[in-house]
Design a protein around this ligand. Structure first.
Ligand SMILES: Cc1cc2nc3c(=O)[nH]c(=O)nc-3n(C[C@H](O)[C@H](O)[C@H](O)COP(=O)(O)OP(=O)(O)OC[C@H]3O[C@@H](n4cnc5c(N)ncnc54)[C@H](O)[C@@H]3O)c2cc1C
Length: 395
């Protein structure tokens, strides 16, 4: 029987979760390595850069607890153990309704295509974003750049903020990560004994100026200046410009623009949502195409609750459903598996932590065994990270 060709684009959370749920982890990984070479119904290929980045650890660069080397993994051995072919390349186009994938160096045919290509950011939304701000969303190098700039100051005005792309009706942006970065910045400066020399502002036009709640309380307890409702018209050298042209001094800006789809989404046969992402249905299928699936930060949702964010956790839930639906399709059945919407993450403030959680059913995270607010949650967050990185490195 001819093996079915599956192409997976990207090697981030969504793609690796898809592989995890598509090829169930065997009891004895060592034997599975040989078995998969002798017998496999599928020919799976991943096209990506081979480097997996554990993004949730990036804010901790500010406290010096994490660095690029610790959170970046060469994913090729993980793929080899699963008999998955890896191609180090960038996909530039998708044609024939998804059946042909064009990369910088070649073109590939497939029976099933999965896209886990992650986000692109609306950097042109506020002029000067690219030139005058740092963003944790740009990855470890950008975060290290922010930290090394920070180290040059013994007093400064620092602004942290985010913007959300709401066109698809959900949170296509990074709010929680920016709150966490703000809390960790406060802590790092206190540890150095120079907090009183720094003004830390938190801004976002997506936050109501009268916003109240646990996160606001945490920021206020730390003496942050809350510029809720504020958005500059432009980032410029040494600061930003307000609507009325007034200049605001900012020695450093850490800013996360709204999320949209990448060039690939816009320049291929993929369906595009209002917000610029891959338009998928509740089964994770690209609308109007056959055997093309997408999950994670590159894909919109069908009828999402307005609070649902792009998260590694959501990528997991979506990829799990996509893996089941791909299996169904390959067995001649219709896709029937949908996914839950759930916001779940631990906000590490170094001397405190909160479990942020929202869901569209009544399923509590981990049977509610963890407290919603406790410094001990930091160990839980670190444990999740260690376990996942161990799984990628060794299993
Ligand atoms: C600072 C920060 C903190 C975060 N904290 C949390 C947290 O605590 N909890 C949580 O659940 N989520 C968190 N997130 C969000 C989480 O990291 C993302 O939701 C997750 O990475 C999305 O996974 P993805 O696979 O869709 O995209 P990514 O992880 O970005 O992976 C995309 C992959 O696609 C590849 N790619 C892109 N374009 C192409 C192309 N054309 N050809 C080939 N390959 C391509 C990339 O190289 C990459 O391998 C955080 C994010 C940031 C930035």
């Amino acid at each position: 029987m001819k093996k079915k060709k599956i192409i997976i684009v990207g090697n981030g959370f969504a793609s690796l979760f898809l592989i995890q749920y598509f090829l169930t982890l065997p009891m004895f990984p060592f034997f599975a390595y040989f078995f998969r070479r002798l017998y496999s119904r599928y020919e799976i290929t991943v096209i990506g850069n081979g480097q997996f980045v554990y993004f949730p650890a990036l804010p901790e660069f500010i406290t010096g607890k994490k660095n690029k080397k610790q959170i970046t993994i060469d994913i090729r051995p993980f793929l080899r153990r699963r008999n998955i072919h890896f191609i180090d390349d960038v996909v530039t186009d998708i044609q024939d309704g998804g059946r042909t994938v064009i990369s910088r160096n070649a073109s590939y045919k497939n029976d099933v295509l999965f896209l886990g290509t992650g986000p692109a950011f609306l950097k042109n939304d506020i002029p000067g974003t690219e030139e005058h701000t740092f963003s944790p969303c740009d990855g470890p190098d950008a975060m290290e750049g922010f930290v090394s700039e920070l180290e040059k100051f013994d007093s400064a005005i620092i602004y942290l903020g985010f913007k959300i792309n709401k066109q698809d009706g959900f949170v296509a942006g990074r709010a929680g990560q920016m709150y966490e970065s703000a809390g960790l910045l406060d802590h790092a400066l206190k540890e150095k004994g120079i907090r009183d020399k720094f003004e830390i502002h938190f801004f976002s036009s997506n936050i109501d100026p009268d916003e109240k709640g646990a996160i606001t309380d945490r920021l206020q307890e730390r003496g942050l200046i809350l510029d809720y409702g504020y958005e500059p018209v432009e980032f410029v050298k040494g600061g930003m410009l307000d609507q009325d042209g007034a200049f605001r001094k900012a020695d450093l800006v850490l800013f996360s623009p709204g999320i949209t789809g990448s060039e690939l989404v816009h320049n291929s046969c993929l369906p595009v949502s209002k917000g610029g992402q891959i338009d998928v249905d509740k089964f994770g299928q690209a609308k109007g195409l056959q055997n093309v699936f997408a999950a994670g930060d590159c894909a919109s949702h069908e009828n999402p609750p307005p609070w649902v964010p792009h998260q590694a956790h959501m990528a997991q839930l979506r990829s799990q459903a996509a893996a089941k639906n791909i299996k169904a399709l390959l067995n001649g059945k219709l896709p029937t598996h949908t996914y839950r919407h759930e916001l779940s993450c631990i906000m590490n403030l170094e001397n405190d932590a909160m479990w942020l959680h929202m869901f569209d059913d009544d399923k509590q995270p981990f049977w509610n065994i963890f407290p919603r607010r406790s410094k001990k949650l930091i160990s839980v967050k670190n444990m999740f990270e260690k376990l996942y990185l161990y799984y990628l490195k060794y299993l």
